[in-house]
Write a protein that binds this ligand. Structure first.
Ligand code: FES
Ligand code: FES
Length: 577
């Protein structure tokens, strides 16, 4: 490509106008390049540095796909973590020139036996679901383990939680990751010869079926998942693919690689606003026993939308392993990849950044509701196709009024959207419906002598009790009945993840959106997902059968949200933290 060629813009999901002059990808060089030499996983490499980051060098120039890009260059998700001279670093905020003459070790460069020990432990504990976050977490935990080996096995209080503070895992709820870490860090590793506990044999196909059922999208279970090697579109685009990113005018900008495309698009790193998220709707007028207002909530999946396509081909899935909690079900990115590939006559990888996801991916529709003790009331909800039916399915006594409010797109495809809000409202006043009830008798001794019981239409049951001290949740107990268990590790993992997502929703998640509807919070941390250190212990009791396997994690999500709200004294506005 010649350096005077211009970037191409096209409407998302469509090729540029046929009458537009032919245009090629944008140039990548912005700064005179010089070679940076360093050791990568034990081998000497040299990369021309034109102002790129270490992550851009690893992924774009050196073909290292185990270092993931979940938020670059925000430096907040930890997916790109590598070890530089023995210390864990996030590669997306490390200028390439900073590693000149140094040693860089990626997930791929870890000792094979050590790497296998970590990935197996993650599988054994259900600590990796989509797998996108896992290689970065393993790299940081391995740096921690190696430091400990260097210091005669010295362990430090809270070291795992502190290490995980640099990471975002949306799927697992952290507890299973902490369990996997504890097992490996306890010294059951190849270096000290300690015997490794042999887990009970598992049917990983059955485990995958349970995972697929819980998320409603194909999901595998195994060490390749824990290695982040499940065919994410950003990792599998053919060598030489063009890269397309959203441009400032709402179209797509195409470059030779991610660096070129983002530079040509004028990508600006997103920021977190100091403006607090404010629920956008007013509670309906009326005499209510309880009211609730919620905000826009992001799905916060960590793998941003990506898809590649060959000319005339089928685009790759934007969700290679799992369903992003419904958030990618209608992603426009695969259609864009197909149109752009046809337009350019070359394979194209279409890619959203974290900022693109935060602005354009669907959110939970905010509500403002008033409800009486008998379960009747009124809900104002941001206009969203299908939401009235979702609410009516749980709470037929609630009148639903859809309201047009400027803001990001909303959808009921996100985890139990509308349905869970209705569960929360009915349980909040202690009413009951075919779906939800508040019953005496806490699960596992937690909670104030009560549990929220949620039943799905296909027979799954989730019960939740929550312990609170002051305004802090310090324990959650969940009991589930979901037909044939298929794999208890995976079922428990999805219950842990759903409990984390529920607690996070009630206490911490919400987007600041201005009066014009512009999303102000653009960083992955500003989405409000609870960190490992913020999670109380979650006990999960899985009861067997009867009947075929049915999904239960949406019911767990709703039950824990309702039990948390009640335990916190039903604060009017969420996030309540
Ligand atoms: S991609 Fe580097 S921290 Fe998120
Ligand atoms: S397994 Fe951590 S983000 Fe999916």
């Amino acid at each position: 490509m010649s350096s005077d060629e211009q970037p191409t813009s096209a409407a998302p999901g469509a090729a540029s106008e046929p009458s537009a002059p032919p245009a090629g990808p944008a140039p990548s060089a912005a700064v005179p390049a010089r070679d940076v030499r360093f050791t990568l996983d034990g081998s000497e490499v040299a990369v021309a540095d034109d102002g790129i980051t270490l992550l851009e060098a690893l992924r774009g120039r050196l073909g290292v796909t185990s270092a993931k890009d979940g938020c670059s260059p925000q430096g907040q998700c930890g997916c790109c973590t590598v070890i530089v001279d023995g210390t864990a670093r996030v590669a997306c905020v490390t200028p390439l020139r900073r590693v000149d003459g140094r040693s860089v070790v990626t997930f791929d460069g870890l000792d094979e036996a050590v790497r296998a020990r970590w990935t197996q432990s993650f599988v054994d504990h259900g600590a990796s679901q989509c797998g996108f976050c896992t290689p970065g977490i393993v790299v940081r935990l391995e740096a921690l383990r190696a430091r400990s080996v260097d210091h005669a096995g010295e362990r430090r209080e809270g070291e795992v939680e502190r290490a995980l503070a640099a990471h975002l895992c949306r799927c697992t709820g952290w507890q299973s990751i902490e369990e996997a870490a504890a097992e490996v860090l306890a010294g059951v590793g190849p270096e000290d010869g300690t015997a490794v506990a042999v887990p009970a044999p598992r049917d990983l196909d059955a485990a995958g079926r349970r995972a697929t059922l819980e998320l409603g999208a194909p999901q595998r279970v195994g060490v390749d998942v824990a290695a982040g090697a499940v065919g994410f579109s950003g990792d599998t685009a053919p060598v030489g693919s063009l890269v397309a990113v959203p441009g400032p005018d709402g179209g797509w900008v195409v470059g030779d690689d991610v660096v070129a495309a983002r530079r040509a698009a004028g990508k600006v790193q997103g920021r977190r606003t100091t403006v607090e998220p404010v629920p956008p709707l007013d509670v309906p007028d009326g005499e209510w026993d309880l009211t609730l207002r919620t905000s826009w909530v992001d799905a916060a999946y960590v793998e941003t939308d990506a898809s590649w396509c060959e000319p005339g081909g089928e685009p790759s899935s934007a969700a290679a392993n799992g369903g992003a909690f419904g958030g990618k079900r209608h992603s426009p990115v695969p259609a864009a990849a197909r149109a752009l590939a046809d337009e350019h006559g070359r394979a194209v990888l279409a890619l959203w950044s974290r900022e693109d996801c935060t602005r354009a991916a669907p959110k939970r529709p905010p509500i403002a509701a008033g409800i009486r003790a008998d379960g009747t009331g009124r809900v104002h909800v941001v206009r969203t196709e299908g939401v009235a039916e979702r609410i009516a399915a749980v709470a037929p006594g609630l009148e639903v009024v859809e309201v047009d409010v400027p803001g990001p797109p909303t959808s009921v495809v996100l985890r139990a959207a509308g349905w869970a809000e209705a569960v929360v409202l009915v349980a909040g006043v202690g009413a009951a419906s075919d779906v939800v009830a508040v019953e005496p008798g806490a699960v596992d001794g937690r909670g104030d002598g009560e549990r929220v019981v949620v039943r799905t239409s296909d027979g799954a049951v989730a019960e939740a009790s929550v312990d609170v001290t002051g305004d802090r949740v310090d324990g959650i107990a969940v009991r589930v009945l979901a037909g044939e268990i298929l794999d208890e590790v995976v079922l428990r993992s999805y219950c842990l993840g759903a409990a984390h997502m529920a607690l996070s929703w009630v206490t911490s998640e919400g987007l600041a959106v201005d009066a014009d509807g512009t999303v102000l919070d653009l960083t992955v941390r500003s989405l409000g997902v609870l960190r490992a250190a913020d999670m109380p212990p979650v006990d999960v009791d899985v009861l067997p059968g009867p009947g075929p396997a049915v999904a239960v994690s949406d019911a767990v999500f709703a039950a824990v949200a309702a039990a948390t709200w009640r335990a916190l004294g039903t604060p009017r506005d969420w996030p309540a933290g």
